[in-house]
Ligand binder design. Structure first.
Ligand SMILES: Nc1ncnc2c1ncn2[C@@H]1O[C@H](COP(=O)(O)OP(=O)(O)OP(=O)(O)O)[C@@H](O)[C@H]1O
Ligand SMILES: [Mg+2]
Length: 505
């Protein structure tokens, strides 16, 4: 759709892509204009990343054609695409954890000279890129030591360190806090002003409405329609995307929250870990949903890792059902009835090279082994199947390799895995990151259902609307301390944000 009078920089015509017998794209269409932000919107597994990888030369289409600047464009590999002026920041991080930030940013840019550039020059160059982009990272740090959000920003810096005609950002904000996302939005408007075409993928509707000029909706690998941002609404886009009307994203509680007089299942008292968090105290009752909000780096995930036995604490105590316990490993935690959906699904939550069934039954496995192993395996399979259905996970079969599923569907597998263990206490660290609106609703319904069954839920999220709508109370963290526990009429965005930033009004 030519809205500016210019010619399209990219013209995608009838692109089809098969993986074996799976059609990821069916006769896809897309027309991208220079100097505009074009969002691709669609459910998990709709084919967005596949299309982007074709543009980036990672995959070749089964059929169809692409024009760039009016000329045939068929990159055989990512280097080809880069030479033609196309830059992509992938949905899944592709950084090398044992290299520094500086080495990562410049790695793709100067592959032949890396190792020869002296360290100082490299560091200086990377530092200037990082400073230009106003990124809160030190270029001499090892990427493996950074938080997920910082890694994501490095990934973006890496992608933008080259001059490009087309920049593709596949869910760049999925692990960024609002503040960090602002940095990215600023970068995007600069790119736009330079006449660069930006192709943007996100599941965050407010962000899409703010940033986009054009929005293309895709469903099940097919092109549905393209709208000018000014001529559509969030409701219309969601309906187009899921193929039906959706009235509420946050399901209401149908069982009342437990009374504050009820006995806590988990009590945390003065928990500290040097340099990470200090004097954290809270408790949670069976059936309660306790939210944890804070900006990136506030220490929320660190506290959760400690509760799950992945980090040692320097002082404080943890009690379960009123009895003080020591949790020194994840095995301890699981034994005590704690489940943990980690924010870092690719590294901690999944074995990408294993199939869906193996991943889902990974933690529950001990329940299914033993003398009647054969029968139990059958039961395990049925249970895994039930979870796949309950979460509407889009997978060929239980034998499909998890690494080939779309990002959002991988996230759902991590959730399925823990649901199968029926934990007493379930920690959910950013459970809906990268998940489409329809699937978000499904996950919220499951959280509600688990709470109604008596599971105590610790919900960590950077999305304020999600935290406020789903939690009974919210622990707000800032710089390693719990600055407030909000409940009742304190559960308002401005209030919680002020606790999180330390500007209490
Ligand atoms: N390498 C692969 N091998 C087999 N199937 C694949 C492969 N890559 C993608 N698919 C399948 O193609 C379909 C589209 O996946 P894709 O990753 O493009 O979805 P997406 O729209 O990016 O979803 P999400 O929002 O979850 O990231 C999915 O059904 C997925 O399982
Ligand atoms: Mg994707």
């Amino acid at each position: 759709m030519d809205t500016s009078g210019n010619a399209a920089i990219l013209e995608i015509k009838d692109v089809t892509k098969y993986f074996g017998t799976v059609a990821a794209l069916k006769s896809m269409q897309l027309s991208v204009m220079p100097g505009r932000v074009h969002t691709i919107l669609g459910e998990n597994g709709a084919g967005k990343s596949t299309l982007m990888k074709i543009l980036a030369g990672v995959y070749q289409p089964t059929s169809g054609s692409i024009l760039m600047d009016g000329k045939p464009y068929a990159p055989a590999n990512p280097q080809d695409a880069a030479r033609a002026g196309l830059t992509i920041v992938f949905q899944e991080l592709s950084l090398c954890n044992n290299m520094t930030v500086a080495e990562n940013i410049l790695a793709t840019r100067e592959p032949s000279t890396i190792g020869f550039i002296n360290d100082k020059a490299l560091t200086r160059k990377a530092a200037s890129i990082v400073a230009d982009l106003k990124l809160p990272v030190a270029v001499t740090e090892k990427v493996g030591d950074l938080s997920i959000a910082q890694r994501q920003l490095v990934e973006i810096a890496k992608g933008l360190s080259v001059d490009a005609k087309v920049v593709i950002l596949d869910e760049p904000t999925s692990s960024l806090s609002d503040n960090e996302a602002e940095i990215l939005f600023e970068i995007i408007s600069q790119l736009k002003a330079r006449g660069v075409a930006v192709i943007y993928i996100s599941h965050r509707m407010e962000e899409i409405m703010r940033l986009s000029d054009d929005i293309t909706v895709v469903r099940d690998g097919s092109y549905i329609t393209t709208r000018d941002k000014n001529e559509t609404t969030i409701d219309e886009l969601i309906a187009l995307m899921v193929g039906r009307d959706m009235d509420a994203i946050y399901p209401a509680r149908d069982v009342p929250a437990p009374a504050m007089s009820a006995k806590p299942v988990l009590g945390v008292d003065g928990l500290s870990r040097d340099g990470e968090f200090e004097n954290i105290t809270f408790d949670v009752r069976p059936g309660e949903i306790l939210g944890f909000f804070g900006l990136i780096g506030s220490g929320r995930s660190e506290v959760m890792n400690a509760l799950f036995g992945m980090k040692r604490t320097s002082s404080g105590s943890i009690s379960i059902d009123g009895k003080q316990v020591t949790i020194s490993s994840p095995v301890d935690a699981i034994d005590r009835g704690i489940g943990f959906v980690t924010e870092n699904r690719k590294e901690e939550g999944l074995v990408l090279s294993h199939n869906v069934e193996a991943n889902i039954s990974m933690v529950a496995l001990k329940d299914y082994s033993g003398a009647f192993g054969f029968l139990k395996r059958r039961r395990e399979r049925l249970a895994a199947e039930a979870e796949v259905k309950r979460l509407a996970i889009k997978t060929g079969s239980l034998q499909t390799i998890v690494g080939s599923l779309s990002g959002g569907n991988q996230q759902k597998i991590v959730l399925a895995k823990w649901l199968l263990t029926r934990p007493k206490i379930l920690i959910l660290d950013e459970p809906t990151r990268g998940v489409d609106v329809g699937a978000k609703f499904e996950i919220y319904k499951i959280i509600r259902q688990l709470a109604a069954e008596g599971t105590a839920i610790l919900l960590v999220s950077s999305e304020l609307p999600e935290i406020i709508s789903m939690s009974d109370r919210v622990v707000v963290m800032s710089e390693g301390r719990a600055t407030a526990t909000a409940s009742g009429d304190q559960m308002k965005p401005e209030k919680i944000m002020s606790f999180a930033t330390g500007f209490v009004s």
